[in-house]
Design a protein around this ligand. Structure first.
Ligand SMILES: NC(=O)c1ccc[n+]([C@@H]2O[C@H](COP(=O)([O-])OP(=O)(O)OC[C@H]3O[C@@H](n4cnc5c(N)ncnc54)[C@H](O)[C@@H]3O)[C@@H](O)[C@H]2O)c1
Length: 260
């Protein structure tokens, strides 16, 4: 089932959109009438996403940008603001799985990669999105955390730390702009079958072997299901929701330690 949202006349900046959840969300926004500026790593995949949206009659720009690079992030936002005049929705979704190993087997570079992409990358986006939305009188921001942003998981300690950080950032910024007609929320997905999940657990089969036993609903989510939550949190249907991290995980969190 797909709920129909109306994002016609809305402009969306989606960072981390070349594959997985971001790509599915870009397609869902385009289907709902939004005009998109997408960024991420992977020029070819970005171009193919842009083609798919444009061929279907939509509007999409793509720029390859590394969220760790503050200058490139500034330039991305300037380009997006200039292209569309205003950005109504920002979806900060870029993320990497990093190395899956016990904490004592991680080095400084492993730590920096996770924190710089998953947490600092969102900071680099918020710094430009917030003043823009204050100036234009409103907007909605959605940041991607994780189920691993509300629980711990052995062998993903720094990934978890980065995703807990995303929720702290989200909650606090939501309070900073609560009276400015800007809502800031996070999504906290459980397992979604994407390149990142496969990277985290070695392969598609490795991911299934590790996470399926932990999911009460007995399946791994499809990225399109996560996209529906992002559209909800970006739309007026969620007009009184801010500062939340919405878990979308087939029941894994509430099952808790019983499953482990
Ligand atoms: N797949 C899951 O089970 C799951 C669960 C919870 C949260 N998440 C989060 O969802 C988000 C999307 O991941 P996904 O599962 O769709 O995986 P994915 O690998 O398909 O997508 C990751 C996206 O981030 C972008 N990206 C990575 N490094 C970047 C960088 N340095 N600069 C700019 N963009 C960069 C990639 O281009 C891609 O668009 C991530 O933040 C991830 O942590 C995923």
């Amino acid at each position: 089932m797909q709920v129909t949202y109306d994002f016609s006349s809305k402009n969306v900046l989606l960072i981390g959109g070349t594959t997985g959840i971001g790509r599915a969300t870009a397609l869902a926004f385009a289907k709902a009438g939004a005009e998109l500026f997408v960024a991420g790593i992977g020029q070819e995949k970005g171009d193919s996403l842009k083609r798919e949206i444009v061929d279907a009659g939509g509007v999409c720009e793509f720029a390859e940008v590394d969220v760790r690079d503050p200058k490139a992030m500034r330039a991305l936002h300037e380009r997006a603001f200039e292209r569309f005049g205003r950005i109504d929705v920002a979806f900060n979704n870029a993320g990497v799985p990093g190395k899956t190993a016990p904490v004592h087997e991680l080095d400084d570079d492993d730590y920096s990669l996770l924190m710089d992409v998953n947490l600092k990358g969102i900071f680099h986006g918020l710094r430009h999105q917030v003043p823009h939305m204050i100036e234009q009188g409103g907007g909605a921001i959605v940041n991607t955390s994780s189920l691993f942003g509300v629980m711990g998981f052995a062998t993903t300690a720094v990934y978890c730390a980065s995703k807990w950080g995303v929720i702290g950032l989200t909650n606090s910024v939501a309070l900073e702009v609560a009276r400015k007609n800007i809502r800031v929320n996070a999504i906290a997905p459980g397992s979604v079958m994407t390149p990142l999940l496969q990277g985290m657990f070695g392969s598609e089969q490795g991911a299934k072997d590790t996470v399926l036993p932990l999911i009460p609903m007995g399946r791994i989510s499809d990225p399109a299901e996560i996209a529906q939550l992002v559209l909800f949190l970006s739309s007026d249907a969620s007009s009184f929701i801010t500062g939340q991290a919405v878990v979308i995980d087939g029941g894994g969190f509430v099952a808790g330690a019983d499953q482990l």
